[in-house]
Design a protein around this ligand. Structure first.
Ligand SMILES: C[S@@+](CC[C@H](N)C(=O)[O-])C[C@H]1O[C@@H](n2cnc3c(N)ncnc32)[C@H](O)[C@@H]1O
Length: 262
């Protein structure tokens, strides 16, 4: 457990060295994340960690990656979205007759579930769908619900989608169309602690477990696998891999996609 003074000291140092303003993060969030990040770097005290930040560029890089926790964008890794549209969704739709249920776990400020909704809207003769979008971070969920983004943030969104699914609002920003919003339920939910009450055809959890240590990864993957219907798919981030998918009842299908059961 770090003291208030230690957290404040680290905040100042990190702003100075990494340009990351931790005052945005709640103290309990810092309490949870900082000791983990420090111990991964092999530091036993705040002083030791600050010294490492100074001396070892890798430690600084690791901090940036791990602490840019809400980093997200629309259509992140566009080629993976192509796989989703052309290879995975057709398979899922074969086995789904009523409503296609998707869980976007660790949805950050909403770019992921809104991108998924756009892909689904664009499928000819699509079936109804619903997306449960969750994140542990209440501020991120509030932003996601609001659905208003700067043009910069939408750089991956093709112009035709921008025209179709967003409305310009004041300050050069864009608001997500109600047509997408009504398909998504945003909710604060901790992937590691909270219950999941339904099952889904597709669980999307990208660039989330990268922040977890091994036991937490296992808990998260188990929860996601249990939340999948038979034949359902799990989509993970481009730096994430499940080492032993069969122990979770999953098998590898194509890069970053795993299928449950058959
Ligand atoms: C880097 S963002 C990834 C956002 C999005 N999935 C993407 O790939 O663009 C990671 C998100 O995971 C969330 N997160 C971290 N731990 C979580 C947990 N235990 N339960 C739910 N969300 C969590 C963070 O709050 C953050 O918004």
């Amino acid at each position: 457990m770090l003291s208030r003074e230690e957290i404040q000291y680290l905040r100042n140092k990190v702003l100075e060295k990494a340009g990351i303003d931790l005052s945005y993060y709640k103290e309990n969030q810092l309490q949870r994340r900082l000791p983990f990040i420090m111990s991964r770097a092999g530091a036993k005290s705040v002083e030791e960690y600050v010294k490492l930040l100074d001396e070892n560029p890798q430690v600084l890089e690791d901090f940036k990656n791990r602490f840019a926790i809400n980093v997200s964008e629309f259509f992140r890794n566009p080629e993976r979205y192509e796989d989703l549209k052309n290879k995975v969704l057709p398979e899922i739709m074969k086995g789904t007759s009523l409503i296609l249920k998707i869980w976007s776990a660790g949805c950050s400020v909403g770019s992921e579930p809104y991108s998924l909704a756009i892909v689904l809207e664009e499928i000819p003769h699509r079936i109804p769908y619903r997306i449960w979008a969750t994140d542990i971070d209440e501020d991120a969920i509030e932003k996601a619900k609001e659905g208003v983004y700067t043009e910069d943030f939408l750089h991956n969104v093709p112009a035709s989608y921008l025209a179709k699914y967003f409305q310009p609002v004041s300050g050069g920003k864009y608001a997500v169309a109600p047509q997408l919003k009504k398909r998504i339920v945003f909710e604060k939910h901790d992937l590691l602690r909270d219950e999941v009450k339904e099952t889904f055809s597709l669980v999307v959890c990208r660039n989330v477990i990268i922040y977890f240590e091994n036991e937490a990864k296992r808990i998260a993957f188990e929860k996601m696998s249990n939340a999948l219907q038979d034949g359902g798919y799990l989509w993970v981030g481009s730096t994430e891999r499940i080492t032993d998918p069969s122990s979770l009842g999953l098998h590898y299908v194509l890069p970053f996609f795993y299928r449950k059961g058959r």
